[in-house]
Design a protein around this ligand. Structure first.
Ligand code: HPA
Length: 270
């Protein structure tokens, strides 16, 4: 595994002159951020050695290098989901490559279903913590001490400092920002009403099918992480609306300006 990570990192170093210390995984709800990145260099995943290919509708596969808010960034346009059939090492491979390249701060975004009764569709939730309900941990198997410790703490999986920065930017700009715990599930089914209720009772505010694997690996690799969920639908025992992929995409697009403004400013100040 180490050899493959190094090979991919070397390939990217040979293609990109300035390697950033900030990376962004553009999930549903952050796609438009690409338009704000200047001096862009696109590298399609299919040209990158050892990278899996992105398959899901609404996600294209490119690594983008450029500048955002005066900072060098690398952005993943399209991520690898467990439900697509990738194993956890594939899902998190790009994060390992980021680590090998020297990335220190990772921004992630996703679309999620809201269980918190205060939430509305289109809300933006700052992820303060997560509950990992994936059937497999991405760190299962041989540990490479060069990459991180065997038993990494997850006490501050989402940087408190970055959450505080987001709050102060939100206050300044008058953005409605919620806080909450993200429950990561394998998907691809949306939840039954009883499952939404269960996730709420165990302490979740929103549920989705991504992010947790990448965040675990980023923490293992010593990165600071900031995460955002766009609430695209609501679930619970009294909620009868049926979530669809199209609806999720539509709600995410609506919330996008807030997410883009926040992340741009955060990258500039972090
Ligand atoms: N459940 C799981 N994943 C999701 C949801 C949901 O309700 N909405 C968007 N992604």
């Amino acid at each position: 595994m180490l050899e493959k990570i190094k090979q991919t990192a070397d390939f990217l170093r040979s293609r990109v002159s300035d390697i950033p210390q900030t990376a962004i995984i553009l999930g549903t709800g952050l796609g438009d951020l690409v338009d704000h990145i200047s001096d862009k260099q696109f590298i399609p995943y299919k040209e990158i050695p050892n990278f899996p290919l992105s398959t899901v509708e609404g996600h294209s596969g490119n690594l983008i290098f450029g500048s955002l808010g005066g900072k060098l960034v690398m952005a993943m346009q399209g991520r690898f989901h467990y439900y697509e059939g990738y194993d956890m090492k594939q899902v998190t491979f790009p994060v390992r490559v980021m680590q090998m390249l020297g990335v220190k701060t990772l921004f992630v975004s996703n679309a999620a279903g809201g269980m918190n009764k205060e939430f509305r569709v289109g809300d933006v939730m700052i992820i303060t913590d997560h509950i990992n309900l994936f059937p497999e941990n991405p760190l299962r198997g041989k540990n490479y001490n060069e990459l991180g410790p065997r038993f990494p703490a997850m006490t501050e999986a989402y940087s408190k400092e970055l959450v505080a920065l987001a709050d102060s930017i939100g206050n300044e700009k008058g953005l409605r920002l919620m806080h909450g715990v993200y429950v990561g599930t394998p998907g691809p089914t949306f939840e039954t009403p009883a499952e939404y209720e269960y996730f709420r009772v165990i302490g979740g505010d929103a549920v989705g099918m991504s992010t947790v694997p990448e965040v675990i690996v980023a923490n293992h690799g010593g990165m600071r992480v900031f995460g955002i969920s766009v609430i695209t639908d609501l679930g619970g025992k009294d909620i009868t609306e049926v979530p669809t992929h199209e609806e999720v995409q539509k709600a995410a697009v609506k919330a996008q300006p807030v997410v883009v403004e926040l992340i741009k400013e955060m990258v500039a100040r972090s």
